[in-house]
Each structure stands twice: as C-alpha cells, then as structure tokens.
Ligand binder design. Structure first.
Ligand code: NAP
Ligand code: MG
Length: 400
C-alpha cells in the first residue's frame, strides 16, 4: 500500500551544477521520495543544458514559476572566462539567478538557519535576522567616467519635451577626477517595498528599512518617502493587527541597532548595503551552508534556493570517488520551504507538516552532535560525530 503524501500542483524544479547537483539528487532519494509522491516540472539548468538550449531553459523555468507559483532551485555555475573554456561554451551565459530575478521582478530574502551549539559571532543574536536586498539599479547599473584635469562634469536631465536641466557635479581645475551616474525607478522601489511589507506580514516579523536620506536628500529620500507612503496607505492597519512594526532609520544607526539586537526582524537594504551586509550576516551567523535564500516577486511567486554556490572543491573529490562531508542543509531547506509553500497554497496540511518536520529533525540532529565537517569546526556541542553527506541525510530521514 502506498501511503505517501500526494501533491496537487507541480513544483518547478530547477536542477543545477557540480556538487550541489549531487546533493540535489541525494536529498530527493534519501529524504523526500520515501515520504512524498513528488510532483515536479523539471528544468535542467546545468551549464551544459543552458549552453545546448542557448539559455532558453532558464527563461522557460522562470515562466513556469509564473505559471505554478513555487520553484526550488539548485546552485548553478555563473560562467566566467575560465568556465567558458572548461565547458567549451558557445557564450558567457548570464547568471541564471539574474535572469530569473529580472523575469519575476523579485526581491531576494536571505535568512540563516540557527542551531544550538553554533553560536553567532554576536552572542545577542538569538533569532534570525533576515535581509532583503533591493536587487535593481544604483551602482550596479551605473555609468562612470574619468575626468581629465581642467574638465567639468554636469548632470543633464532631459524631459519628454526636450527641456534640459543641468546641474554642475564638479569642476576639476587642479587635478584629474572621477564621476559616476546612477539611477533607480519609482516602479522598482515600489515593488521592492511591496515585497518587503508582504514578507514581514507573512512571517509576522518587524520590518526595518535603512538608507542615508540626510545626505542624499533627493535619491535616498525618494526610497524613504515611497516606503512611508505605502506603509501609511496600504499596510499600517495590517501591521498593527499582526502586532508588528515598520520603522525607517539611517543606515549607520541601523547597523548600531542590528549589532545590539536579539534578531527576529526583516532588514530591507538598498542594493549596495544588501550586497555587503548579507555577507557579514552569513559569516556572523556561522556558515554559508546554513543560509537560505528565497526570491519573492511582488505578484506572489516564490523561488527557494541555498545561498551558497556549487562547491567545486567537494565536487572534484566526489569525481575521484572520495566521500565528502558536504553540508546539504541549506539545499534541503530550499526543498522544505518550497514544499511547505505548495502545501499551503494547495491546502495539503500534511505536506506542510512534513516539510516542517524535516526542518525540525535536521536541526535536532545538528544539536545532538550529528553534523557535517563544516559545522563540526564551529559547533560547541560535545561528542560531535562528523558525518559524510550520505550519512547525514540518512540520519535526517531516520528521524522523520
Ligand atoms: P561556493 O560554491 O559557495 O563554495 C565556497 C566554499 O564554501 C566551498 O569551497 C566550501 O569551503 C564552503 N561551502 C559552501 N557551501 C558549502 C556546503 N554546503 N557544505 C560545505 N562547505 C560549503 O562558492 P564559490 O566557490 O565561490 O563558487 C562556486 C561556483 O558556484 C561558481 O561557479 C559560482 O558561479 C557558483 N555560485 C552559484 C550561486 C547560485 O547559484 N546561487 C551562488 C554563488 C556561487 P571548503 O572548500 O573550505 O570546504
Ligand atoms: Mg556580497
């Protein structure tokens, strides 16, 4: 008799590269397949298949996410010159995450997985700090120029009727210099703010937003105003009902507060701040292998993944037939995040309960000393047992 949990709508499954592709297959085989009749629409985002399909497969997987609403993604290689040579690629294909993010107009939320024994570098952080990075504009799509001595730089804005407004940036009479022009759009800031408000409501956590409006009185101030207007008009009531708060503060004040906090909130960051602070948070919470990542679109589509990459050093050992102690937790939690969401949307409470159970027993295993090598290095639990990838997944499955 088959008493596996049945699914209704398929999950969009985006397979990937190298060691994480190995981890992917083992998670399905050892932890998921015995309990769930997995229903997925499979997209192979391996570098070989992206090359063979001229990257169409990446776009197709993003469109499928819009159709079904929930995706789970394996880490993928973003080609650079060395990878183009290694795989004899037709082109230096773009980052799949960038393509998917652009297609879904999404915001990336990163949250650490906490376990006793793995103490954050900041001891007061007892609850996770989730960071939301606005992944559009600012210095990431800026234009830059050198200015030779004697030159000047001006900002020229031309309106739809051709009228110009000119502002002197700087005259350089005595020395060479540099200038940069960056932009953002109200539409992008609005969808960023919307996704952050919705995520905070969904998770029942406070929302902080930080920028530097005292110095940047037009640019950063626009971000501040848009968040404030949307909060007043659309979210204030819902936040009050949920008992959560939204507040804006200067980015340097935010950092001071974050360091003194006990965690448990969502921190919405401008593009550069999010890039920098998310790496700081990942390290301070213990391990990149314990950092989850979810792309949320303003239309309510979700794509779950691990924050780390394809772990090539482990893959080369694996190819030589050696056993590796690769940590599957962030990739496993991408699956459980996606299955729990699917369960909620399709009203299959046993699917959501199964996903939560897997998360709970995974953390219990680590707290009782069963862990992979990366965690053994930082865990303070006594009598640690360092397990291989397979052994750790079997330990988790046996506890489910
Ligand atoms: P990485 O794959 O995250 O690995 C960096 C190092 O972190 C590893 O060598 C390993 O350290 C440690 N590590 C990361 N995840 C681990 C895990 N689950 N278990 C144990 N140790 C883990 O980053 P990378 O080497 O910079 O990038 C490799 C490839 O991944 C690149 O081609 C890049 O394009 C791609 N990438 C993809 C994504 C994505 O798809 N979202 C994100 C980042 C990078 P030790 O070697 O010390 O064991
Ligand atoms: Mg970064």
């Amino acid at each position: 008799m088959n008493n596996k949990i049945m699914m209704k709508t398929p999950l969009v499954e985006m397979d990937g590269d190298e060691m994480t592709r190995v981890v992917w297959a083992k998670i399905k085989e050892i932890v998921l397949d015995p309990f769930v009749e997995l229903k997925t629409e499979y997209y192979d985002l391996s570098i070989q298949n992206r090359d063979a399909t001229e990257d169409q497969v990446t776009m197709d997987s993003a469109l499928a996410t819009k159709k079904y609403g929930v995706a789970v993604k394996c880490a993928t290689i973003t080609p650079n010159a060395a990878r183009v040579k290694e795989f004899n690629l037709h082109k230096m294909w773009k980052s799949p995450n960038g393509t998917i993010r652009a297609a879904l107009d999404g915001t990336v939320f990163r949250a650490p997985i906490l376990a006793k024994g793995i103490t954050p570098l900041v001891p007061s952080w007892t609850k996770p700090i989730t960071i939301a990075r606005h992944a559009y504009g600012d210095i990431y799509s800026a234009v830059e120029s050198k200015v030779p001595q004697g030159g000047k730089a001006e900002l020229v804005v031309t309106d739809a009727d051709g009228n110009e407004t000119r502002t002197i940036i700087k005259e350089f009479p005595k020395t060479d210099g540099i200038v940069m022009g960056m932009h953002n759009t109200d539409a992008s800031i609005r969808s960023f703010a919307k996704t952050c408000f919705e995520y905070a409501l969904d998770q029942g956590i406070d929302l902080w937003f930080s920028a530097k409006d005292t110095i940047s009185k037009t640019y950063d101030h626009r971000f501040k105003d848009i968040f404030a207007e949307m909060y007043e008009a659309e979210y204030k009531e819902a936040f009050e009902q949920k008992g959560i708060t939204f507040f804006y503060t200067l980015v340097d004040d935010a950092i001071a507060r974050v360091m003194k906090s006990s965690g448990g909130f969502l921190w919405a960051c401008k593009n550069y701040d999010g890039d920098v602070f998310s790496d700081m948070l990942a390290t301070a919470f213990g391990s990149l292998a314990m950092m989850t990542s979810v792309l949320v679109s303003p239309d309510g589509y979700y794509e779950y993944e691990a924050a780390h990459g394809t772990i090539p050093r482990h893959y080369h050992k694996y190819l030589k037939g050696e056993s590796t102690s690769t940590n599957p937790i962030a990739t496993l939690f991408a699956w459980t995040g996606a299955l729990a969401r699917r369960g909620e949307l399709d009203h299959i409470p046993e699917l959501t309960a199964f996903a939560k159970k897997v998360e709970q027993v995974t953390i219990e295993a680590v707290e009782e000393g069963f862990m992979t090598g990366d965690l053994a290095l930082i865990s303070t639990v006594p009598n640690k047992k360092v397990l291989s990838l397979d052994e750790f997944l079997k330990e988790v499955a046996s506890r489910v």
